[in-house]
Design a protein. Sequence first.
Length: 371
Amino acid sequence: MAVTRGLEGIIATTSSISSIIDDSLSYVGYDIDVLAENSSFEEVVFLLWNRRLPTEAELNELKQELADNAELPAPLLEQLKLMPLNNVHPMAVLRSVVSLLGVYDKDADFMDESSNYQKALRLQAKIPTIVTAFSRLRKGLDPIAPRKDLSFAANFLYMLTGEEPESIAVEAFNKALVLHADHELNASTFTARVCVATLSDVYSGITSAIGALKGPLHGGANEAVMKMLTEIGGVDNVDAYIFKKMEKKEKIMGFGHRVYRKGDPRAKHLKEMASKLTELTGQSELYDMSIRIEELLKEKKNLVPNVDFFSASVYHSLEIDHDLFTPIFAVSRVSGWLAHILEQYENNRLIRPRADYTGPERAVYIPVHER
Ligand SMILES: CC(=O)SCCNC(=O)CCNC(=O)[C@H](O)C(C)(C)COP(=O)(O)OP(=O)(O)OC[C@H]1O[C@@H](n2cnc3c(N)ncnc32)[C@H](O)[C@@H]1OP(=O)(O)O
Ligand SMILES: O=C([O-])CC(=O)C(=O)O
């Protein structure tokens, strides 16, 4: 059997949700550049779940449904308060609380299309509430109830801080959500599809996907980028830091990609936002450091930034805690996971590849007391 390490280049399914062709990303045929400049995140959610753009009435209906579903069940909030809030990664909390959401949903195991759609709505609506409630609770603050009159992006920032966000912050955050919503068969989406292809439930699929997104080779890279920028501390330290990493053959977080060769089409939007927001908040040094890292990596390793590199400075400029960067990725990417889960159910077949066995053969069993 020929083994393709990391399943590189293997086509594992058909999908009509998003495509990466010649380094261009599209959601249902709409170029990411167009969506990033024009769309609300809610519009993208509709697009991914229905594989067409909504009419104005349909978009308003989805916004209303998301707002109606945003509150957490009261017992779940109580359980959240019991967690070791200051001693745990928020992705572990999110993974656990999403699993608990399934416990509190009496329809969790109903598998018909409309029940699964309702679960999708609940998950999309509640995940921002979980992340923001956690963030406030660990600071000794009360969670803030979602507001029905704010957009998805504005509501997230409002629930985080208790203050209505400025329009520039909402615009930037909405764009970041649009850019992170889906990405073909990335590791977490594949995980979600593998899980539900056993005909397991939507909550199990999303819980598994959160676990996969958490790792620093995937969604966890945005937090790791911020850690690196903090360690570097200033533009004059960049070269020495990066050379040392290269000498030790360590990966530079936020660079490289399994699929893109020329570059990640989402990165330029995040770079532009990072430039604007770091300047506005008097943190241009952060941007200057990023630019020097980008130059060095291009020159020395021919590597270019992925979606995680500049998103770190964007979220930092919005005064978001660094360990919330990956949960925010999940706030957006859950829309794509849900689209893929619904698509998997539509035309399901168990996903079960083979392994090329390399262990011992015909081993002789010796009873434990004789070993
Ligand atoms: C949302 C996302 O998930 S985007 C990705 C987020 N992850 C990161 O930013 C983490 C850093 N990047 C990486 O680890 C990788 O580029 C990945 C995981 C994204 C892709 O990995 P793969 O396709 O498996 O590439 P692989 O790790 O085999 O790298 C190929 C070569 O490029 C090098 N390389 C790739 N990425 C990097 C990097 N970030 N820093 C330094 N070298 C790198 C590898 O060392 C390897 O070199 P070699 O052939 O001399 O050994
Ligand atoms: O597609 C990938 O491998 C990782 C990625 O960029 C994403 O999930 O957005």
